[in-house]
Design a protein around this ligand. Structure first.
Ligand code: AMP
Ligand code: ZN
Length: 114
């Protein structure tokens, strides 16, 4: 997807602060952090959002959760906890059309989701 900013980040056409990378997955710091730790974890394959996940993506999506666990430990937020958010579509507040998992942590978050 040539006009996707996260694909450009994957292809290193746009800069980012990478915290994890393997063949299927990239994680980088959110450019506009809303918590002390705010990292985005994405599949390298362009998947627009959760509605577009296919059975062939199951291994990658599953691995994203073990990557999240590793990142949380490395960032020092594993024990105190953190929140994972995946926005989907207009009502879900999704602004970038490439599936991404927000890791939010480093402070005590409220109990309300909306
Ligand atoms: P969402 O509203 O779930 O689509 O979230 C998109 C997120 O991408 C926001 O938290 C933005 O701050 C973040 N973002 C947008 N552009 C960049 C970028 N170039 N590098 C890092 N994060 C970005
Ligand atoms: Zn993309």
């Amino acid at each position: 997807m040539s006009d996707c900013i996260f694909c450009k980040i994957i292809n290193k056409e746009l800069p980012s602060t990478v915290v994890y990378e393997d063949e299927q997955i990239l994680a980088f710091k959110d450019i506009n952090p809303v918590t002390p730790v705010h990292i985005l974890v994405i599949p390298k394959k362009h998947i627009s959002n959760l509605n577009e996940v296919e059975p062939e993506d199951e291994a990658t999506i599953g691995k994203i959760y073990t990557v999240i666990k590793q990142i949380a430990r490395k960032e020092g937020i594993a024990e105190k906890g953190y929140r994972i958010i995946v926005n989907c579509g207009e009502d879900g507040g999704q602004e970038v059309g490439h599936l991404h998992f927000h890791i939010l942590g480093g402070k005590k978050l409220g109990t309300k989701i909306v």
